[in-house]
Design a protein around this ligand. Structure first.
Ligand SMILES: Nc1ncnc2c1ncn2[C@@H]1O[C@H](COP(=O)(O)OP(=O)(O)OP(=O)(O)O)[C@@H](O)[C@H]1O
Ligand SMILES: [Mg+2]
Length: 419
């Protein structure tokens, strides 16, 4: 009988579903032994909009991962995103009996329970409770209170909640595809696991996972998650802008975005031509790559402007010396790092998942930061190292929604033919 520890993750993205099976070695390394990547269906902006279609896609991805790994998969860590996600910071306090002495795990658990005792509408559920910092008998900024003598323990926790209906829809797809949900994990928390370095986490960094339907962010400072948000704009919006402005089928717009896309028009040679086949034209026509880049730049800049607004709202915008780490499929867009740097006023790098072995050929690209991160998240909980990443959730509260501006409206108007 084998004694390997197996972890399974299903990244349910807007454009692809990725099921990964990993084997955790004695030295805690993850060897990928099963991979199932399928185009997504029935998803929009990170949430399920058609249960039957999404279930089919999850099932296909699961089967492929089972075939490659030779394992029958029963349970999985599952990624979650979408506008229904909210986060709030909350404090919890607990007293310690004078004859108890040092803080024990039970006491931390009680303080975290207290932090979750916030008004939560019945239609919302807590998915993560992340202890950020502790105060022990008035002494602030304690990272690990275990073993300290105290009468009073306070925790400042980051609590992430989701709409119950969105979670149930996602759970139904997973169940109907033949899997149990081990646990839901917020997209950017999974991605943060796979792409951030220890040095970045310690000094302060914002992770930005720009996918197809959403842009997921996590602010990590002093080793723990201080803020998270899901912005409902991603690479699909860039493709749709191109299709809309140039009267192209979406598949043609996606093709020219991938092959010729650039988010900095000033770097595009002024004579570079892209051949396209618009609707209503008998023959292919030509387009300046510079004009394509203008369309892309507008939407990319809007995404980073929304990230800036979110960072300002969080209040942590001045605490990120390590800058921004971009991942997700859209981070492959040529020059996007420079748009990020200019708008966020911080250094930026592009990252893909690291620290995995086995079937990694297809996985070491930014699209799979979340999928690989799910396995790393699962390993952390499996090893009892839940330190910075949450406990069993109970109840939480709704915080403010994200206002999505539409900075590109003017440019679209300018480029759209008058009809
Ligand atoms: N080379 C490239 N240049 C520009 N965009 C790219 C490139 N490769 C992939 N993309 C875009 O990346 C997006 C898909 O990214 P990803 O796989 O991370 O999304 P997802 O996880 O399915 O969606 P989400 O996380 O938003 O639910 C698509 O919009 C795709 O067009
Ligand atoms: Mg994604």
């Amino acid at each position: 009988m084998s004694t390997e520890r197996i972890v399974v993750g299903v990244d349910v993205g807007t454009t692809k579903i990725c099921t990964l099976v990993g084997e955790i070695g004695a030295d805690e390394t993850i060897r990928i032994i099963g991979v199932g990547i399928e185009p997504s269906q029935g998803m929009s902006k990170g949430t399920v909009v058609d249960v039957a279609l999404a279930t089919e896609a999850v099932r296909a991805s699961k089967r492929q991962a089972e075939r490659t790994s030779g394992y029958e998969i029963g349970r999985a860590y599952v990624s979650v995103a979408g506008k229904h996600i909210h986060s709030v910071n909350s404090r919890g306090v607990t007293g310690l009996s004078p004859n108890r002495g040092a803080v024990e795990p039970d006491d931390v658990e009680r303080a975290l329970e207290a932090a979750q005792a916030i008004a939560l509408p019945h239609n919302r559920e807590i998915i993560h409770v992340i202890p950020r910092t502790f105060t022990v008998d008035g002494q602030e900024n304690i990272r690990n209170p275990l073993g300290l003598h105290a009468y009073r323990l306070e925790v400042e926790a980051h609590i992430i909640t989701a709409a119950a209906s969105s979670l149930r829809n996602l759970e139904k797809c997973i169940n109907d595809a033949g899997l149990e949900v081990d646990r839901f994990v917020l997209n950017p928390l999974a991605s943060a696991e796979s792409v951030l370095t220890q040095a970045e986490r310690e000094s302060g960094v914002v992770l930005i996972d720009i996918g197809g339907g959403t842009t997921d962010i996590a602010v990590v400072i002093e080793g723990t998650v201080w803020h998270t948000a899901v912005i409902e704009v991603g690479g699909n919006h860039i493709t749709n802008d191109i299709a809309h402005v140039l009267h192209l089928p979406v598949s043609e717009a996606e093709r020219i975005k991938i092959d010729y896309g650039n988010s900095r028009p000033d770097t595009v040679p002024t004579d570079q031509i892209v051949t396209i086949q618009p609707f209503g034209e008998d023959m292919p026509t030509q387009l300046l790559a510079y004009d394509l880049a203008q369309i892309i730049e507008a939407r990319v800049d809007e995404i980073f402007t929304l990230v800036v607004q979110e960072l300002k709202r969080s209040g942590y915008d001045g605490l990120l010396p390590a800058g921004a780490v971009l991942t997700g499929g859209t981070s492959a867009l040529k020059n996007i790092r420079h748009n990020a740097s200019a708008i966020l006023h911080m250094p930026a790098r592009i990252a893909h998942p690291e620290k995995i072995t086995g079937l990694v050929d297809k996985l070491k690209i930014p699209q799979h930061a979340t999928g690989v991160g799910l396995l790393q998240f699962a390993r952390r909980l499996d090893s009892g190292m839940a330190d910075s990443l949450g406990t069993s959730p109970r109840r939480g509260r709704r915080s403010g929604g994200l206002a999505v501006g539409d900075k590109i409206g003017n440019l679209l108007k300018r480029l759209l033919p008058d009809e």
